[in-house]
Design a protein around this ligand. Structure first.
Ligand code: IVH
Length: 696
């Protein structure tokens, strides 16, 4: 008997119940396995539900027999206050990337040469290597620890050394077995770490977003964000409602038992144990077979029901993997062959100008709809008039459209071949398409702007969207549709008006029921308590991003001091140059803006008085005091250690891993997973130029 079995009392009615519970759990697990791993269910959903209901009923009657690995526990327990940190027993590595065929040939040559050297067999430098290839999934890595066949811990990758304990959430992910049941045999390791990717299938993602938006919530940007956001939920019951998938890709730490001696054999074995693995995986002889696999998968990419961003090739023999070893956090025996950004040719039908929050006009291409990387694209950005001139694009042209990962699709340029006869030039409108105000394009600037300010409905609408957004005031539930109705209907003129909304007013909006209205009122109530940094950012001052907002908040400590500062004084703040200082001073000089700020304070918006960091006095030698940065990747102008020393000399704290306390991640070339981590925590990511500014 394995330790996992529910305790069986000597006799009596609950002995029978315990036995039945045990039998039901094994049956349910078996059907889960048939469904998620073999993709070959034996029973209908309805029959499965009957088993689940019987188990639930018995457990309700015998609460002493409930255990954490019961299938009934997949609905999720109580919310947590935070995630505990878990140190990985073996570091979770990342993968080197290859972007073209030459880089893959180089990788293969290095593998052969090193194997020849390490094994002392010169023939190996010529012999074809056996690889296992599989898609690189666009999700997040997870470590699952099983003790005697029971899931005891699940952790995110984190920085590779330590991750976050997400066990309660992972228990709700149905394709991940809670208990290996009869598949856990005597020769299986007592402690087994399975690693793999948690991801969201495209169809599940579409359904989830449609549901969220129907509730007035913001949808996720893409399946990867949806998967990460769902797994890193403090409330496991929310995770339980999110349709997450899982594919195992390797074994980490093990204790006891015997394991297969190849990568491919390991995956087959994991599958027998109850873990889903990617069905596309293949064992291939030599690099040319890998490149052929890559082409085959690339051709099918759009048709897969999950997103992939490349192919991973791994040396199949584990002994060879061992011989090859690692270099700087990545194994020498594996490489990710990334797909290029997808590009397609289509016709540019028209160009419209979108007015942003600051009045900036962006030319948006209206395209003959075209499928790019599995997504139908009918709009793409043309950036600005200079770009249009540089690319020599005209309405009616055949153009190349590109879509890569998260970014907005863009028109890369004109397609080759002769220009159609009836094209016409793209012209900047003389007045705002939304409010008819005059359009201005300052000398030397690429961007043209509507001068309408808050008279312009587009600017009002976009400012409100910014104000409520996650990184600003984070007023949950105020999605685009709701803001548009509020702004366009004249119900909300300025951000302060939001706080005057009551349930009755909100219920009058389209697609807002009593429950959502109550949630919205509650969200407003909660948002009244904020931080100075969020508040400054939410104001939407030109060029004042999150980092500048935080720096301003840290430097001044209170809003009145900031509002009184002139442009010269503002330049003392880290990261604030003459132009930004001018924007800030102008913003606070504007009576309308001062009125809005007063109205917000009157509406009860408040923030704690932060203890003013001592070092943040004007002219002080420690202008970055109170800020914590994480450095990743490499910088042209200095080593990471030099950057660290320079930042520390200015009072900043540098840490090795990203947490909620991190002010920003500073990423150079080839950044590591810290960027992903920062994204998942909504922490700003700065580039080399920002670093230079911070140090200036
Ligand atoms: S193997 C030592 N296989 O890519 C190799 N990783 O850059 C470690 N990933 O954090 C990972 N699909 O989240 C491997 N088929 C796959 C993968 C995969 C996606 C991710 C994983 C990892 C990152 C490494």
């Amino acid at each position: 008997m394995t330790a996992s079995k529910a305790p069986v009392p000597e006799a009596g009615p609950s002995a029978a119940a315990a036995a039945r519970i045990e039998a039901l759990r094994r049956q349910i697990e078996h059907h889960n396995y048939r469904y998620y791993v073999l993709d070959d269910p034996e029973v209908s959903d309805a029959e499965f539900d009957v088993l689940m209901r019987e188990l639930q009923k018995l457990e309700d009657e015998h609460p002493e027999l409930v255990s954490t690995d019961s299938p009934t526990q997949r609905v999720g327990g109580a919310p947590a206050a935070g995630f505990a940190t878990v140190r990985h027993r073996l570091p979770m590595l990342s993968l080197a990337n290859g972007f073209d065929v030459d880089e893959i040939h180089d990788f293969d040559r290095r593998v052969r040469e090193r194997l020849a050297k390490q094994t002392g067999d010169p023939a190996r430098s010529e012999a074809a290597v056996t690889y296992m290839a599989e898609p690189k999934l666009d999700g997040l890595a997870i470590s699952l620890i099983y003790e005697n066949g029971r899931l005891v811990q699940a952790a995110t990758r984190g920085d590779g050394e330590t991750g976050e304990d997400v066990t309660a959430n992972v228990r709700t992910v149905r394709p991940i077995p809670l208990h290996l049941g009869d598949r856990f045999t005597d020769d299986a390791p007592q402690v087994l770490e399975v690693r793999g990717e948690v991801f969201m299938r495209r169809a599940d993602f579409e359904r989830l977003n449609a549901g969220l938006e129907a509730e007035g919530q913001r949808g996720f940007m893409n399946p990867r964000n949806a998967a990460a956001g769902s797994l890193r939920q403090l409330d496991p019951q929310v995770t339980a409602r999110r349709p997450l998938s899982f594919f195992a890709y390797s074994v980490g730490f093990v204790e006891g038992g015997t394991l297969p001696d190849t990568q491919s054999g390991t995956l087959d074995w994991l599958r027998e144990l109850g873990f889903p693995a990617c069905p596309e995986r293949e064992v291939l002889e030599g690099v040319e077979a890998c490149l052929d696999y890559y082409e085959r998968l690339a051709a099918r990419r759009a048709g897969l029901d999950y997103e992939i961003d490349g192919i991973v090739y791994k040396v199949d023999a584990l002994a060879d993997q061992q011989a090859l070893g690692f270099v700087s956090r990545a194994p020498r025996w594996a490489i990710a062959h990334k797909f290029p950004a997808e590009e397609r040719t289509t016709t540019l039908r028209n160009v419209e100008f979108r007015v942003g929050r600051t009045g900036a006009l962006t030319p948006v291409a209206r395209l003959e709809p075209v499928l790019v990387g599995g997504v139908m694209v009918s709009n793409a950005t043309l950036h600005n008039m200079d770009e249009i001139a540089r690319k020599d694009v005209r309405i009616g042209d055949r153009v190349i459209v590109r879509r890569a990962g998260d970014v907005i699709p863009e028109v890369v340029g004109r397609a080759g071949g002769e220009r159609p006869a009836d094209t016409r030039a793209i012209e900047m409108p003389v007045s705002c398409p939304e409010c008819d105000s005059h359009i201005e394009r300052p000398e030397g600037e690429a961007v043209a702007r509507c001068t309408g300010g808050l008279v312009c409905p587009a600017q009002r609408r976009e400012s409100l969207k910014h104000f409520v957004s996650r990184r600003a005031m984070d007023i949950e539930g105020f999605g685009e549709k709701i803001i548009e109705q509020l702004a366009d209907g004249g119900i909300v003129q300025s951000p302060a008006d939001l706080f005057a909304l009551d349930a009755e007013r909100l219920e009058a909006l389209e697609r807002v029921g009593p429950k959502l209205a109550a949630n919205l009122v509650n969200a407003l109530e909660q948002a009244r308590e904020t931080t100075l940094a969020r508040f400054i950012f939410a104001l939407g001052i030109r060029e004042v991003g999150e980092v500048t907002a935080r720096n301003l908040a840290t430097y001044y400590g209170d809003l009145d001091a900031l509002m009184q500062a002139d442009a010269e004084a503002l330049q003392e703040v880290p990261d604030v140059g003459p132009i930004v200082a001018e924007h800030i001073a102008n913003f606070f000089a504007e009576p309308h803006n001062r009125d809005v700020i007063q109205a917000l304070r009157d509406a009860g918006v408040h923030w704690p008085d932060p203890p003013r960091p001592q070092a943040a006095e004007p002219g002080d030698a420690a202008p970055l005091a109170g800020n914590t940065y994480v450095l990743t990747g490499s910088f042209d102008t200095m080593t990471r250690d030099e950057a660290k020393a320079a930042l520390e000399a200015r009072g900043a704290k540098i840490t090795g891993s990203v947490s909620k306390k991190t002010t920003a991640v500073i990423a150079g070339a080839d950044p590591g997973s810290k960027v992903t981590k920062a994204e998942s925590l909504d922490i700003p990511i700065l580039g080399p130029d920002d670093l230079a500014q911070l140090l200036a």
